[in-house]
Design a protein around this ligand. Structure first.
Ligand code: G6P
Ligand code: MN
Length: 451
């Protein structure tokens, strides 16, 4: 453990999430004291646009915290105690491709699920490893990287294979977002909930939702049968994920639980269990990437512009579970608090009927030496089988990335539940190789050589 105040670097400093995360840090300075915040991004122009907004958020709370904005990894990471990683390789422009290419073939087009997620994984694994190496070179030897970078399941598996000893904790805000909604429905603060959960990232199930030791899943089931995982007034539940597409996602918990009422699914299971419905309702010319570029991103850039002109910062970003969660996790790592959170960990027998070395998402106690997962035991055959197939698809994708293997990439695409046939897999992959030529040189070469 190291002594506060800490030096914290944010990798992917130009993200639309940065101001919200920094705001969360500012309201928790008592719990997580900071000497310096550094923003690091390879897109310095973008980062420079957002930095004044971030600086204003800091100065509203503290005059003493040093603020550094840089594209130089040595400046960014030297002596850092924590690195929050949130890189988006290819930015929203490539997310748009990830979503639109599969859709043209009648297949789910999504940031982290299906072919889009696999493509994003192929872009992100190696840059993530580069980041780990830079942190290893420059940062405090006990530094922790808390990683939000997507597609988290694939990134986590890539890191496990390529840098098994790295101090990286891979996290996702979806379970806490679901818990926030559960809390709103039950009328209790989400921090009062203790949940059991098993699965992979964006692919798992809540099995119990305890409040003061009592399982509230039966009460939630009744509510979900009417409204999905939203309060009757959806806007009240979910200010962060409140665009129409997110509201629909939360509502889709209902049809899934109508059929399989036992466990409460991660919302992302909609893409695997009801892909036809998802594709039918998606506009192939205007996907979530467009919604985000014209919404969250545009609003933040406009606010930055207005702030520059007038010195007044309009209300332009959201502080929600996304920021709160990463700060909670960092506190628990920093002070060995053993807070219980759902995070990604190597299985090592936590789920007895999944491979020992799979990266799973389960509850874990977060200590200063990392997560200690709870024992889940055996999961039912239905869930185990779905998980195995998804895991195999993601593991093959990681191998494809490491080996530059076209065949393994095609296997990964073919095995994914969102992809109906080998022919779909091939057509989508080949188009994606073209679209990703700046990012996947090895795979493009293998494809051209017919390997
Ligand atoms: C959730 C997920 C993230 C994902 C995000 C997408 O928060 O946990 O992994 O990146 O949703 O949200 P967006 O608003 O960009 O579609
Ligand atoms: Mn996530």
């Amino acid at each position: 453990m190291f002594t506060p105040p800490f030096i914290l670097s944010i990798a992917g400093g130009g993200s639309t999430y940065t101001p919200g995360i920094v705001k969360s840090l500012m309201v928790r300075l008592q719990d997580f004291p900071l000497a310096e915040i550094r923003l690091y991004d390879i897109d310095e122009a973008r980062q420079n646009t957002i930095a004044p907004v971030v600086e204003k958020v800091i100065r509203d709370h503290s005059q003493s915290i040093k603020f550094t904005v840089t594209g130089d990894p040595e400046v960014a990471f030297s002596g850092a105690h924590f690195v929050f990683a949130q890189m988006r390789v290819g930015q929203y422009k490539m997310r748009e491709q990830d979503e639109k290419i599969p859709l043209r073939h009648g297949v789910v087009g999504q940031e982290t699920c299906g072919p889009g997620g696999l493509a994003y994984g192929l872009r992100t694994i190696l840059p993530m490893v580069e980041l780990i190496d830079l942190v290893d070179r420059y940062a405090h030897e006990k530094a922790w990287i808390v990683n939000y970078s997507n597609p988290a399941a694939i990134v986590a598996e890539g890191v496990r294979r390529l840098r098994p000893n790295a101090r990286v904790l891979n996290i996702c805000d979806m379970p806490v977002a679901a818990m926030r909604n559960m809390g709103a429905i039950l009328g209790v603060d989400r921090r009062k909930l203790e949940v059991d959960y098993f699965g992979l990232n964006h692919f798992g199930w809540f099995t119990r939702v305890l409040v003061d030791g009592e399982d509230k899943l039966p009460e939630l089931r009744k509510h979900i049968a009417k409204f999905g995982l939203l309060t009757e007034d959806a806007a009240k539940t979910d200010p962060q994920h409140s665009d129409p597409s997110w509201v629909k996602t939360w509502r889709n918990i209902k049809p899934i639980m109508d059929n399989f009422p036992e466990y409460l699914p991660n919302p992302y299971l909609q893409y695997y269990l009801m892909p036809n419905q998802i594709v039918e309702h998606q506009n192939p010319d205007y996907t979530r990437a467009n919604e985000v570029m014209n919404g969250r991103e545009k609003k933040l850039f406009a606010a930055a512009e207005e702030y520059k002109r007038t010195g007044i910062l309009p209300d332009a970003f959201h502080v929600g579970v996304h920021g709160e969660f990463i700060v909670d996790v960092a506190c628990s790592l920093a002070f060995n608090q053993r807070q219980r959170h759902l995070v990604m960990v190597e299985n090592r027998g936590a789920i007895t009927n999944l491979p020992y070395d799979a990266v799973v998402e389960v509850p874990a106690y977060i200590t200063s030496e990392g997560p200690e997962p709870i024992r889940v035991g055996q999961v039912p055959l239905f869930h185990q089988t779905l998980l195995q197939q998804q895991l195999a698809s993601e593991q093959l994708l990681v191998e494809a990335t490491i080996e530059g293997s076209y065949e393994k990439a095609l296997q990964a695409f073919t095995l994914n539940r969102t992809v109906p046939t080998m022919e779909h897999a091939k057509a989508i992959l080949d188009e994606m190789i073209e679209a990703n030529r700046d990012y996947w040189p090895a795979l493009q070469k293998a494809w051209q050589d017919g390997e």
